[in-house]
Design a binder for this molecule. Structure first.
Ligand code: SF4
Length: 289
């Protein structure tokens, strides 16, 4: 699928029905926590290539520029690898969209992959089951652990003679779920270790609605992935946490990886989602061709 860098993203109202967001968060306090640019040596932005990442990069870079701290910003894309048949786990083009976010603000862009797991496929096969809401090993092992290693890499490069102090900016939004609405905008990250690194999690776009996110894409010409014409969320093409309709749409557009994963589902003997198998998703996608 070609990467669409058009400055005209899907209109917010058309996309609204496809979003995961089902939760109306409580009113956001007028003043959100301020990020301490002076205290931190570096700010790393996790960019999946999705719409929340796009607006996140804009928000962090705009704040950094205003504070004269843009030189501290780095963008990290975690590569989730390929299946044994060579299919990308992520949507093709997601990495390129993330790279174009960095180019828009002229900040360093880095791609890293887990040192332990060549791909998310290997991690799932080792685990013997699919990720779920209460088993987010995909995120913790292939994103958070990779981010921690990158913090250490950047810290070592700065030759500070003390543990690096890093901000870690993520694109979570309150509207996405009740759990996310309760997350503080700024808190100490659990990857903090006294003698190694001091990491602050920062959620700069926590307050934004989906409409706000797409408006920012239009207003600031932020690149976005063309898959949003079909699905509400990006990242992995087959995510067990995704909505049923998004999975059916993705299976229609990505028959190769869905067929391969359906074979894995049979091998594992575990359904992809509690009440929905990959075989069923493929059949539903086929019916809508
Ligand atoms: S998109 Fe889904 S499967 Fe992929 S890392 Fe995120 S939660 Fe895990």
């Amino acid at each position: 699928m070609p990467t669409n860098l058009s400055p005209t993203p899907p209109c917010a109202s058309a996309c609204g029905g496809q979003q995961l967001e089902l939760f109306t968060p409580p009113p956001v306090p007028a003043l959100s926590a301020e990020f301490d640019w002076e205290r931190n040596d570096v700010v790393i932005i996790g960019d999946s290539g999705g719409k929340d990442s796009g607006v996140l990069v804009h928000e962090v870079c705009a704040q950094a520029d205003a504070a004269g701290q843009l030189h501290k910003v780095r963008i990290l894309h975690c590569d989730l690898g390929r299946t044994p048949n060579g299919h990308l786990i992520e949507w093709p083009g997601a990495l390129e969209v993330a790279r174009s976010h960095a180019a828009l603000y002229d900040v360093p862009f880095t791609v890293r992959r887990s040192r332990r797991w060549p791909s998310l496929w290997d991690r799932i096969m080792s685990h013997g089951n699919w990720p779920g809401f209460f088993a987010r090993f995909c995120t913790s092992d292939l994103k958070t652990a990779v981010g921690r290693d990158y913090v250490d890499e950047v810290g070592a490069g700065l030759r500070l003679g003390r543990p690096v102090r890093a901000g870690y900016a993520l694109g979570m939004r309150a509207e996405e779920s009740r759990a996310r609405s309760k997350k503080p905008v700024i808190e100490q990250h659990r990857m903090t270790a006294v003698s190694l690194r001091d990491v602050t999690t920062w959620l700069p776009v926590h307050r934004l609605t989906t409409d706000d996110v797409w408006k920012a894409h239009r207003d600031y010409s932020i690149p976005w992935h063309p898959a949003y014409e079909h699905v509400g969320r990006l990242s992995c093409r087959a995510c067990p946490l995704a909505k049923r309709e998004d999975l059916i749409a993705s299976a229609r557009l990505n028959p190769g990886i869905f067929a391969e994963m359906a074979g894995a589902e049979e091998h594992l003997g575990e359904p992809f989602k509690k009440n929905l198998t990959l075989k069923q998703i493929i059949e539903l996608a086929h019916d809508r061709q």
